[in-house]
Ligand binder design. Sequence first.
Ligand code: APR
Length: 253
Amino acid sequence: MTHMQKAADVLAVARRIVFFTGAGISAESGIPTFRDKLTGLWATYDPQRLETADAFRENPALVWGWYLWRRRQVTLAQPNAGHHSISKLAKAGWDVSVITQNIDDLHERAGVDAVVHLHGTLLNVKCFACHRPIALEPEQLRISKEDELVEPPRCSRCNGRARPGVVWFRENLPEGAWLSAVRLVRTCDVLISIGTSGVVRPAADLPEMAIRAKATVIHVNLEDVSLGDGREIMLIGSAAQVLPELLGCLGVK
Ligand code: APR
């Protein structure tokens, strides 16, 4: 039996399915993963050095400019067949939940309502000083292709600088999101982990947590990222190809 057929058989009788997604699911929508080399304006920068509170303190205009650029990239992108497959499975009657490490809104735009965003979202802005949400006008978020340094707007309450509502390296995950994720993972039959390198913790611990809770873990990735447990099924290929094929095996169009 092929791995694909084995995965379809598991899903056919599953009661609760959790999708756990990473940058790989949005790659075919044109949003680079963290392992891709940046191009153009940002080619000489390392995202890991821009995505920290220290980097923001040191050069707020550079970090704000980088996020406006990423936000622009996400606004221009469209959900792909991978995102759509998840909502199709839910519409076909399966109990589906989505936990993502991605800060884009492509799952929502593909029709999934309650997405658990472990690393926050690019669409929210908050104050670096008082942490309260900041509502910005569309023109404050617009940038041209060439903009690199953009001074962040100020908080109307404390005059602190605006920062993206995402989780930076060395910051804690939003507690509510993490607790929801753990609850979902501990009570699912199947966890489908898509397009994640599994190196950034604690998010990366979720597949192992699912295995310990006796769920089957299906990985969809360009590379073999399995952990070596008998409960895993590794589907090698791109999310936008593998997921529609899997739905096809289930008879879901
Ligand atoms: N389909 C499936 N998998 C893919 C595809 C694709 N089209 N393209 C790339 N991949 C896989 C890669 O093989 C890799 O394993 O997606 C993974 C992407 O890995 P990362 O870039 O490390 O993304 P992710 O795991 O989401 O990163 C976790 O790291 O920088 C932080 O906070 C950031 O949320 C992010 C976290």
